[in-house]
Design a protein around this ligand. Structure first.
Ligand code: BGC
Length: 772
């Protein structure tokens, strides 16, 4: 009898509560340090209705390849379908389109007892269908407004397709070019990762998560994933307290403060503890010290992978470790659904921990407005109107051209005149309409980017002859439409050089050569570490052959990581770093090549002379024996320079800038005080141009050794020819503090250097002292 009555009671209570819930639509504040009282009450009321299987179900996330007509009939999908019907799934990833999302949501709404809506997640990393530059490339713009804008367009497009949650931004500081996922982040500097991460979070989430144009962001991968040994993906990370707190965690702290709705943990271990099972990171720091009330999702299968790490005996043990450590949602490990209830009965985990995790999931669902209307993001008309629109493509072009970095431009070979008689466009990536979309291109359609060949043709008039030759294929076979990138063998062409002769022929008869080489889309990204960061396949042979017959070479680089450009920069007068620029790649590059846009990008990563220098980053420590003429032995290599070939922060323009009169308004402050640094920047050339003015500091003596330089601010300014602007930065407690040997963030008294300039090698310096 009891069994029969209970569900009825629940139904009555739940329908009462759902009536209460649906009469709201107040703005939901996405800042997760302050809880919204009314949402908390609703969360509590739903929680009170839930049975243990439903609670655990909220902590489960499945991937699904579902059609509009419902799930396919594989055994795995059948299992998922049953779970959905029982209300034992909290979220789905990889289901896209309004039709498929509505269909899946309907399963829960029609069959489950409590009808708690699903959240739909997807890796919207640099655009949804309108593809923007890969995050590393976009970071090179140093333009936080456009990064925010591109994230907000990505959010609008994906929300119009029914999605609620992206797994971005990646804010892993990454310093090893061998690591394939360098492409996905903001480079080697913690400050840059922090401000870029915040801009992207603000772009995705807007001011109100319940707005139908916004989606929840996810700061990932918490933590240390960018420090995998020797750039090997998924690899072990060995960092101590100093590196962890001062380099790896600051972008995450900034993300938590900015109200990132979710965090994702990571595949790697940190000094022997897998991040997914890392209690200090997730419970003590993120949810404790930082008082963040969002949701932590595991990385794909990372709970189960703790067995392979040798940290968990079996899946049950892995589930116990992960939940205890504060991983709220299990992405595709099937560990929580199988074992949490038993673990609870065995008292290895507590109901308090489960409730806390469920609360975090429900909170997000309320914030997104899904309890008001589970289908609120599902509107086919919106999907049609908002996705891949002309307006979005126009922004993608602007973002793309701002992301280009001019690395070398001898004798001002660029910009080219549109009146040239002939231009050769050569290389395996010259007419590649797919690689510019880069890896993690969400719904970016195969071969949908504007190739450089097309971009050049769009830019010049009939009087300019365009000669095209591919020269060499980069891979064998070339990448097929719809291929699963993780399964691609990526076999490089090292034998077929039959196209080089034609490339030489067209180079010979042209005024200038645009040589488009580098990496294809799938050379970088997850699981794409490489020991060789040069031009793979026969691209070097192509470069040498073309160079023999035409010295007017503009190397147009497409790539997702810092590359070894030593030979290229020795012989080519001009190098244009174009990353993987997205849907409008060819048009954006043509804008720069022909001078319709004056390049303004700066490198967010150091480019080495050769791979042996990796990991290479400007904000290194000095060591006890830095390179100096005085020492016969020093830290560094005998066969390579110590410095980068192209340093962090570097990038040229078609005009030139001078920096002078660096001033500090004081030369002594107390900890907690402010100093103003100002500098005059002048456009000394004959074109208007933008410059990224960068502020660096060095804390000369610290209780932990401090880096030789640290970026602490920047401003992108526009200057007309001959114009001078005074740029000022405020240096305050936040600028100067670090995580000290006292295990706290504080400013240590002593001497500091300040530099301002156009890249990290700037020597324009002043000093001041912080007194007790
Ligand atoms: C990646 C994550 C990604 C997830 C879901 C994992 O393999 O590491 O960054 O969000 O898959 O696709």
């Amino acid at each position: 009898m009891k069994i029969a009555i209970l569900p009825l009671k629940l139904i009555i209570i739940s329908s009462l509560i759902f009536t209460v819930l649906s009469c709201k639509n107040e703005t939901t504040n996405p800042k997760h340090s302050t809880l919204n009282e009314s949402i908390e009450k609703k969360v509590d009321s739903v929680l009170a209705l839930m049975q243990i299987n439903e609670k655990i179900g909220q902590l489960v996330q499945y991937s699904g390849k579902w059609n509009a007509t419902g799930p396919s009939s594989t055994k795995g999908d059948q299992h998922k379908l049953e779970k959905l019907k029982k209300g034992e799934v909290g979220s789905m990833l990889n289901i896209t389109s309004v039709a498929s999302i509505r269909e899946t949501q309907k399963i829960v709404m029609e069959h489950s007892r409590l009808k708690i809506p699903l959240i739909f997640a997807y890796d919207v990393i640099h655009g949804y269908k309108t593809i923007f530059p890969i995050p590393l490339g976009e970071t090179a713009s140093w333009d936080l407004n456009i990064m925010k804008q591109s994230a907000s367009i990505a959010a609008k497009e994906s929300a119009a397709s029914g999605l609620n949650w992206t797994f971005a931004p990646m804010i892993d500081v990454s310093r090893d070019a061998r690591w394939g996922r360098v492409m996905e982040g903001a480079g080697e500097d913690p400050y840059l990762n922090a401000v870029v991460g915040v801009a992207r979070i603000e772009g995705f989430q807007g001011d109100d998560l319940s707005d139908i144009n916004t989606i929840a962001a996810c700061a990932k991968h918490f933590a240390g994933y960018g420090f995998g040994e020797a750039g090997r993906d998924y690899n072990t990370v060995n960092v101590g307290a100093n590196e962890l707190h001062n380099t790896i965690l600051p972008p995450f702290k900034a993300a938590a403060e900015a109200g990132a709705a979710t965090f994702m943990n990571a595949f790697n271990d940190i000094d022997g503890i897998p991040a997914t099972g890392h209690k200090i990171l997730q419970r003590d720091i993120l949810k404790g010290e930082w008082n963040w009330s969002g949701l932590v999702v595991s990385d794909w299968g990372s709970i189960g992978e703790m067995r392979a790490h040798g940290y968990a005996e079996d899946k049950k043990h892995a589930a116990e470790i992960a939940l205890n450590a504060g991983s709220d949602m299990d992405m595709e490990s099937y560990a929580y659904e199988a074992h949490l209830e038993t673990l609870l009965n065995e008292k290895k985990i507590s109901i308090h921990q489960i409730d806390d995790a469920v609360r975090r999931v429900l909170r997000l669902k309320f914030e997104l407005g899904l309890f008001d209307d589970p289908y609120k993001y599902c509107n086919e008309q919106r999907e049609k109107d908002n996705v891949y629109s002309k307006e979005n493509l126009a922004v993608a072009r602007d973002v793309a051209r701002k992301s280009i970095v001019l690395l070398k431009n001898e004798n001002s070979l660029l910009p080219l005149s549109k009146q040239l008689k002939s231009i050769a466009v050569i290389g395996p990536l010259a007419d590649d309409k797919d690689s510019p979309l880069g890896n993690w291109r969400a719904k970016g359609e195969y071969n949908s980017a504007v190739s450089l060949l097309e971009g050049v043709k769009n830019a010049v008039g009939e009087n300019t002859k365009i000669h095209y030759a591919k020269g060499v294929d980069l891979t064998i076979p070339t990448i097929a439409p719809g291929a699963n990138q993780f399964l691609l063998p990526l076999k490089f062409n090292t034998t077929d050089d039959s196209g080089i002769a034609k490339a030489v022929e067209v180079a010979k008869k042209s005024d200038v050569v645009l040589l488009v080489i580098g990496e294809n889309a799938y050379q970088t990204g997850e699981g794409r570490s490489q020991t060789n960061i040069g031009f793979l396949g026969l691209q070097n042979e192509l470069l040498e052959a073309v160079y023999k017959v035409n010295k007017n070479i503009v190397i147009v680089l497409m790539n997702g990581r810092p590359m070894d450009l030593s030979r290229a920069s020795e012989i080519a007068p001009t190098i244009l770093e174009c990353w993987h620029l997205g849907s409008e790649s060819g048009n954006a590059i043509a804008d720069v090549v022909f001078g319709d846009y004056n390049p303004s990008g700066k490198l967010p990563v150091s480019f080495p002379h050769n791979v042996g220098q990796e990991p290479l980053y400007y904000n290194q420590k000095n060591t006890g024996r830095p390179y100096s003429n005085k020492h016969v032995t020093f830290s560094g290599y005998r066969d390579a320079p110590k410095k980068a070939l192209y340093p962090f922060g570097f990038g040229l323009s078609y005009t030139t800038f001078s920096y002078d009169d660096l001033q500090l308004d004081k030369n002594e402050i107390k900890a907690g005080g402010d100093i103003k640094a100002s500098v005059n920047v002048t456009n000394t050339g004959d074109r208007a141009g933008e410059e990224v003015v960068q502020l660096y500091i060095r804390d000369l003596v610290g209780s932990f050794v401090r880096p030789v330089k640290e970026l602490k601010g920047f401003e992108k300014i526009m200057l007309n020819p001959g114009e001078t602007k005074t740029v000022s930065f405020t240096i305050n407690e936040k600028t100067l503090q670090f995580y000290t040997a006292n295990n706290t963030w504080e400013v240590e008294p002593g001497e500091f250097n300040v530099w301002v300039g156009g890249d990290s090698t700037t020597t324009l310096k002043k000093s001041f002292t912080v007194i007790e």
